[in-house]
Design a protein around this ligand. Sequence first.
Ligand code: DON
Length: 304
Amino acid sequence: MDYQHLIEEVYQEVRSKDPRGKVANYIPELESVDGEKFGIALVDLEGNVFGAGDYQEPFSIQSISKVHTLTMVAHVFHEKLWSKVNVEPSGNPFNSIAQLEFEKGIPRNPFINAGALVITDALTSKFENPIEKITRFINDVSGKECVKINQDVMDSELDHSERNTALAYFLKAYKNFDNKVEDVINTYVSHCSIELCCVDLARSISFLANDGYSIYAKREIVTESVARRINALMLTCGFYDESGEFAFRVGLPGKSGVGGGVAAVMPHKFSIAVWSPELNEKGNSVKSILALELLTDKLKFSLF
Ligand code: DON
């Protein structure tokens, strides 16, 4: 398979269709990004890199970091985790407060904000300096010192973190949150403010395409069984209330972020990251999703 040719074809086709959305502005600093940016990087399981467009430029990975934090926790806590957070698609926006009350403080899944806060709370209990551990973990699985936290994005989100703070207090009221709200929000906002380029992002989730084994760290990150479950969660919950649509159009486990990134895996073949900052009304990147749809259409296979 000529992946370079494929990626370039997809890139050109998306550029010529040019579907538009809106750059996220509820975190004001994210709006300063050029909405025209667009990059794709595919990394196969031998470590070959294929790229097009702005694929070497770092961007804010936002919620895609929830895949990394979930992996760290799944690895450490095993079964205990699943009494604190569920594994069902939410069918609601990623920052819904109403759903958390209905469900008595057990978030629907680890990718909506409430679920991710439970995960970051668990990491806060486990580690003295959780953001340092998260940084180290992502560098390790990527085989590179690639993680940078964008301080301006972080400060900007901290200045506008009322909803996440409310979710954290709700979780605390239901005794599903152990640490100081401020500490966990700080760590959560820090990991959301991590910047990676498409290549490094694709490298960082490559172990999920490879039964849990990282070719970069040269070791098993999670067991094959945990890797399958993280992929199942990405497929069913990775795009919030648009997860069904992503499975229907693309058919791969993937995760989006409001920075416009999407990371996805084709098990046993490759991992891929796409970045384009303009989002649809569900908070997912318009061009990135189209690119992945074209990719699996041209490949004539997905998970299905
Ligand atoms: O908590 C937030 O709202 C952001 N730091 C992350 C949200 C996000 O990326 C949702 N994804 N599409």
